[in-house]
Design a binder for this molecule. Structure first.
Ligand code: UD1
Length: 417
């Protein structure tokens, strides 16, 4: 187990470069299985979720190499093997192998996906859609056995615009016969990035990034190439840190429209920043006005930024209401913020934050990936030193986070527990 020891109150200046998006690359790698051609994926972050997916790819027979932030993939020797729990449970995104293996071979057997414990996180939309495409789904001993005589195109409507289900169905539909339509599809920018990768291989996809996606099945696919878009959640996290501790801190390599929901809230709070092309320059704000935050689907305020944002809310002068609408268990970090001196009343998926509070260094725990980001931000603004345990969660999603923050003036140590 690893922990972070963070010295609070250090001013940050210089440049932080944003890496490729975790939630894009974790789908791009399994999507590559659709072709026996060669694939190149640029701007790949060195995070443990990528290592876990590379292990699954190698297990299936892929020749996959990671060099200079680029993945080179040759799947000509890939076979459709049962993916056991020791691989699938390492991360949530292992479920994208359902879509890709089903698309190519018409069947797949894979253990249940892992991921952060932030709610019940069912995958019924994925499974129902595969069934509508003609597949039979059996769940036996914590594994999904999905079989078909070749997928056929259909129309699916999601009760909720799920990111994972949208991507999984889009991947599966690329090789299905006919035109598949996804209605009430998720519109997160990662979906368009993945569609562009599939299109580069020869897939026919229209509307990715909108609420209706149309995929016309093709028989064969060729080589694929894509650059992973910048990680909007990583960028947003550093922007939040910049609003608290920055001195002309530059966050570089950002598509600012992807974090408009955050930037608008920061303006409302009185934070000043400049956007110069792909760079956001941000300085510490002396007094934050209170705001309310309600997480929702893109382009609304992202649930993945809710937790780091809740730490910022502890510094507002007055009362802020923070509401999570996507997951049931995204407030597990609140008791730790309170232990550090925050004044937050949390009930169910809602929290009322009274501020400003001077946070004090304590030993706290990263209960999941974005809770880890919340604790990191708290430690950086607290008086004294903060120890954050269980930071494996955090390291899954943020590339070289300790180096990136230390390079701009932070004092954070990553130690074995
Ligand atoms: C993805 C992201 C995650 C982000 C989330 C919401 C990846 C690997 N993860 O997760 O970082 O927090 O989007 O932006 O990209 N749901 C169902 N049935 C389903 C699928 C989803 O009920 O079959 C529900 C979920 O329980 C949840 C909501 O829909 O309440 C959103 O889930 P979804 O968008 O699918 O999230 P993930 O793809 O798991």
């Amino acid at each position: 187990m690893k922990k972070l020891v963070i010295e609070g109150g250090r001013e940050l200046s210089g440049t932080i470069n944003i890496s490729g998006a975790k939630n894009s690359v974790v789908a791009l790698i399994p999507a590559s299985i659709l072709t026996k051609g060669k694939c190149v994926i640029h701007n790949v972050p060195a995070i443990s979720d990528v290592d876990a997916l590379m292990d699954i790819m190698k297990f299936l027979g892929s020749d996959i190499k990671y060099e200079n932030e680029t993945l080179y993939i040759d799947n000509k020797n890939v076979e459709n093997k049962n993916i056991p729990d020791k691989y699938a449970s390492k991360l949530r995104a292992s479920y994208y192998f359902m879509g890709s293996l089903l698309g190519v071979y018409g069947k797949v057997n894979i253990a249940s996906p892992g991921g952060c414990v932030i709610g019940s996180r069912p995958i019924d939309f994925h499974l129902k859609s595969f069934e509508k495409m003609g597949a039979k789904v059996k769940e036996v001993d914590n594994s999904f056995n999905i079989t078909s005589n070749g997928l056929k195109a259909t129309e699916v409507f999601f009760d909720f615009p799920s990111v994972g289900a949208t991507i999984n169905v889009m991947i599966a539909a690329v090789r299905a016969k006919g035109v598949t339509r996804i209605l009430n599809a998720a519109r997160e920018p990662e979906i368009e990035n993945i569609a562009n990768f599939l299109i580069s291989m020869g897939a026919h996809i229209k509307g990715a990034g909108s609420g209706t996606i149309e995929i016309e099945g093709v028989n064969t696919l060729g080589d694929g190439e894509i650059t992973v878009i910048p990680d909007r959640i990583e960028a947003g996290t550093y922007v939040i840190i910049g609003a608290l501790l920055g001195k002309k801190l530059k966050i570089k390599g950002v598509i600012s429209e992807h974090i408009d929901s955050l930037l608008y809230k920061l303006k409302e709070m009185g934070v000043s920043f400049k956007i110069n092309g792909d760079t956001i320059v941000i300085s510490k704000c002396k007094s934050f006005k209170p705001v309310n935050i309600k997480t929702t689907v893109y382009p609304g305020f992202p649930t993945d930024l809710g937790q780091p944002m809740s730490t910022l809310l502890t510094q507002c002068s007055g009362e802020c209401v923070f509401e999570e609408t996507i997951y049931e268990n995204r407030l597990r970090h609140i008791p730790y913020l309170n232990a550090m001196g925050a004044n937050i009343n949390a009930l169910d998926k809602k929290a009322v934050v009274f501020g400003p509070s001077q946070l004090r260094g304590r030993k706290v725990k990263a209960t999941d990936l974005r809770a880890g980001a919340s604790m990191l931000v708290a430690g950086m603004i607290a008086k004294g030193n903060t120890t954050v345990t269980n930071v494996e969660h955090l390291l899954r999603g943020y590339e070289r986070i300790v180096d990136k923050l230390n390079d701009v003036g932070g004092n954070i140590k990553l130690l074995d527990e």
